[in-house]
Design a binder for this molecule. Structure first.
Ligand code: IPE
Ligand code: IPE
Ligand code: MG
Length: 240
């Protein structure tokens, strides 16, 4: 698959806590089960025409959670990065970190940077892990990059310049399909700019129960949708 021809799928991986509560387990067990679901979607993605997969792993607002839960999440992220890198290389997955890097525990950041380096030649799937991510924060930083440069006044050129500034800090291309699990139907400050024309698929499935078949179903739903980007339908009108 040549770069640029596949889908960009973004997933808000939600419902770990509820999954654990349903089983009378601590929330952290839900997060652990969530890591296994990450493995399943990464494995399934290339076969479904997904070229870029962006996963919301930890939002900038998730720092508000109780310290023990934040620590457990950081430990899990560290473990995921350390234990999965070899497998990612094997599968031709190129990993990239999205979000702020300055507030992460040093060992998490180091593991992420090492994984980015080790997987840099992967050409089957771009996996973007959003950690300490806030779309508003990304937009503010892009605007700051533009400050001092010759900011174009023409709206189209300004949009182009802002897109370039978003890309310069590692933000992804436009999202084709946005999936959120656990029945919640909101963006929670994820990829606000990139989702301008994304198709949304919400599923009640809790993230730890999500797998390759769920991803396949969501991609099928996506292919049945008609994207018009503000234009008119190109599908033949129904008879009658
Ligand atoms: C998503 O699951 C994982 C993160 C936000 C890190 P939650 O922890 O939000 O699970 P619920 O929404 O409480 O069930
Ligand atoms: C969004 O889920 C963040 C991640 C999945 C990492 P949250 O569970 O934090 O979002 P809200 O608080 O329900 O909007
Ligand atoms: Mg949640």
């Amino acid at each position: 698959m040549s770069r640029g021809s596949g889908l960009h799928v973004a997933i808000i991986m939600d419902g770990n806590g509820r999954w654990a509560r349903e089983r009378g387990l601590p929330r952290t067990r839900g997060h652990r089960a969530g890591a296994a679901a990450v493995r399943r979607v990464v494995e399934a993605s290339p076969g479904l025409g997904v070229e870029t997969l962006t996963l919301y792993a930890f939002s900038a607002d998730n720092w508000k959670r109780p310290r023990p839960e934040v620590n457990a999440l950081m430990r899990l992220l560290h473990r995921y990065l350390r234990t999965e890198t070899a497998e990612l290389v094997e599968r031709g997955v190129r990993l990239k970190l999205l979000g702020r890097r300055d507030r992460l525990p040093t060992r998490v950041l180091k593991a992420a940077v090492d994984a980015e380096h080790a997987t840099r030649d992967g050409d089957h799937l771009d996996l973007q892990l959003a950690i300490d991510y806030s779309a508003r924060d990304a937009l503010v930083r892009a605007a700051e990059l533009l400050r001092g440069s010759q900011v174009p006044v023409c709206p189209d050129r300004f949009t182009h310049a802002l897109s370039r500034a978003m890309n310069a800090q590692g933000a992804p291309r436009d999202v084709d399909l946005l999936i959120r699990t656990s029945g919640e139907e909101r963006l929670s400050d994820f990829l606000l700019w990139e989702c301008a024309y994304a198709e949304f698929v919400f599923t009640p499935t809790l993230w730890p129960d999500f797998g390759g078949e769920d991803l396949e179903r969501a991609v099928e739903v996506f292919h049945r949708r008609e994207r018009r980007f503000g234009g008119l339908s190109t599908r033949p009108a129904a008879a009658g």
